[in-house]
Design a protein around this ligand. Structure first.
Ligand code: 4UV
Length: 528
């Protein structure tokens, strides 16, 4: 077993609202909390807390409280921050939904999570409304932030001045958020994260990440995903920094926002690192305000990391985690120039880790010098989820009797506790840091009349970034373009199949399980 090189941190027994906003000083209340990156409109901590409280009061007056689940389908905007924390302040549970989702995806999440309310924005309303109706949610419970006839708006909620009742929940067991993750296998599942999970992860990561009060943090990573939720919505607020929200990623806008808002700390996923390192337009903008970039959600190449740091003359850090871990378990801390940028750094405080052999399940020893053998990374700590919603079997398969969560990632650890992710043993595919469950695409491919069998794996594109690739057994003539178009018409954009290879038969085990390892070997043989 190995642990953090850092001393344990205290985890206050508070709701996330009380933890983040309960001890704001007068001076902090006047600081800027959120800036809309597109319009430049700014909200102080005082206004943000007032809005959160009003949203909570208005919802509570309508019976929303502990036990209510509310879907939040909204791009990154200042309004997202007020609604998200307002729902939590009311004691309800937020299930955050990817704004790129199709109506079917939205409906599935609303139904599975048991959501009885949905908060969205007018430009997403057509799909959201269809999904809400199919999930039995009436229009009075579909809040449209920017207003739409027949629906309550954020302005309506903000008009209410009934204070929400005092929150009486147990932070350790009360489910605060239900983001969806496919985990190690199959379809997306609701990940039950308690108030304590969220509080813990901010406490564990804040000193290592090193965002401070003076920072302007670019919020381009989606708030709905656990990475954005914890490091932006929670950690940046705890540090009293200012968030600059970006509703839709566009590289030129990204450069402009950094320049115009003098952003100093930028959290990204690796494909953005590729653009920062290579795009000619980078030279046309003044990015001198950036002192640190932290990349996470997918592997960052060491050479790429060095190219980004050199081009922007800034620090580059890497973080690793997963939705089920709230999410951060490993980080390159802000002041650790000796750690390799291709590693994910060290274990955060209050966590235990071990590596186990994928063949025998035996624990792999941490060497007294050098680097260990690779093995599956297991993590345990106060930030590990309560479990998957209504899915005890998946919970049992993921968290063992000793409380260790099996990440499905293959890692090595050095004698000094530096962890490097070297492979992934689970089915999950990451495209630009977004999750894709291959099982979902495989089921869809099998509905194509000319496809007899199919399997989807993560393959590398020309920049070394992961893309979903389908291996297809055709029953009659069909082209790769036709297969890709068939999928594109039916899925959210990030789930598109981006490469197709035809094959005689899908390799399977005696029990019929797809042998993904064999397909990955085959794929590498073709690419090399
Ligand atoms: O569940 P999820 O979509 O969660 C994430 C979380 C990303 C984070 C978390 C904390 C950070 O500080 C940070 O910088 C980024 O993506 O997907 C979890 C899976 O994504 C892969 C790995 O397979 C996880 O099980 N993954 C996430 N980060 C890395 C990574 C990484 N740095 N290197 C390699 N794989």
């Amino acid at each position: 077993m190995f642990t953090s090189p850092y001393a344990p941190v205290e985890i206050p027994n508070l709701s996330i609202f009380d933890f983040l906003f309960g001890d704001l000083t007068e001076a902090e209340l006047d600081r800027t909390a959120v800036i809309d990156g597109a319009t430049g409109e700014a909200l102080s901590y005082r206004t943000l807390v007032d809005q959160i409280t009003r949203v909570a009061g208005a919802l509570a007056a309508q019976g929303v409280g502990p036990g209510t689940v509310i879907g939040l389908l909204c791009p990154n905007t200042p309004e997202f921050t007020a609604v998200f924390h307002g729902v939590l302040r009311a004691g309800a549970t937020v299930t955050t939904i990817n704004s790129l989702y199709t109506p079917d995806d939205i409906q599935r999440q609303l139904v599975d999570s048991g959501a009885t309310w949905l908060v969205t924005v007018s430009h997403l309303l057509p799909g959201a409304k269809a999904a809400a109706h199919a999930a039995g949610i009436p229009d009075e419970h579909v809040v449209v932030i920017d207003g739409e006839p027949g629906h309550p708006s954020l302005a309506d909620l903000l008009q209410a001045d009934a204070a929400p009742p005092a929150l009486s929940i147990d932070p350790a067991t009360h489910v605060a958020v239900l983001p969806y993750s496919s985990g190690t296998t199959a379809a997306p599942k609701g990940v039950m994260l308690s108030h304590r999970n969220l509080v813990a992860n901010v406490q564990q990561a804040r000193d290592l990440i090193g965002v401070v009060l003076e920072d302007r943090v670019l919020a381009l990573l989606p708030f709905y995903h656990i990475y954005g939720m914890t490091v932006l919505l929670n950690l940046a607020f705890k540090q009293r920094a200012a968030l600059v929200t970006m509703a839709k990623f566009d590289f030129v806008e990204f450069l402009r926002m950094i320049q115009d808002h003098r952003c100093s700390y930028v959290f990204i996923a690796p494909p953005i690192a590729v653009a920062v390192a290579k795009h000619p337009l980078v030279e046309s903008y003044d990015l001198s305000s950036v002192h640190t970039i932290l990349s996470g959600a997918a592997p960052l190449d060491g050479t790429l990391a060095a190219a980004v740091a050199a081009r922007l003359d800034c620090r580059i850090l890497q973080g690793y985690g997963m939705t089920e871990v709230s999410p951060v378990s490993h980080l390159i801390p802000i002041d650790a120039p000796h750690l390799s940028r291709a590693s994910v750094g060290v274990t955060v405080p209050n966590m235990d880790c071990k590596l186990i052999s994928t063949e025998t399940g035996e624990e792999i020893e941490v060497p007294s010098a050098g680097v260990s053998e690779p093995g599956e990374l297991l993590v345990r700590g106060p930030n590990v989820m309560l479990g998957y919603l209504n899915n005890e079997q998946a919970t049992r398969e993921t968290i063992d009797a000793d409380g260790f969560l099996h990440t499905g990632d293959i890692a090595t650890v050095s004698a000094l506790g530096e962890v490097t992710i070297v492979d992934r043993s689970k089915e999950l595919i990451k495209y630009k840091g977004y999750q894709i469950a291959p099982a979902e695409l495989e089921a869809l491919l099998l509905t194509h009349p000319q496809i007899a069998d199919a399997a989807v794996i993560g393959a590398a594109d020309a920049d070394g970034q992961e893309i979903p690739k389908a291996f297809v057994v055709a029953s009659s003539a069909v082209t790769a373009e036709e297969v890709m178009a068939y999928v594109t018409e039916r899925v959210a954009p990030h789930k598109k199949v981006r490469a197709v290879e035809f094959i005689e038969a899908i390799p399977k085990s005696a029990s019929g399980k797809i042998l993904r390892k064999d397909l990955r070997t085959l794929d590498r043989a073709v690419t090399v």
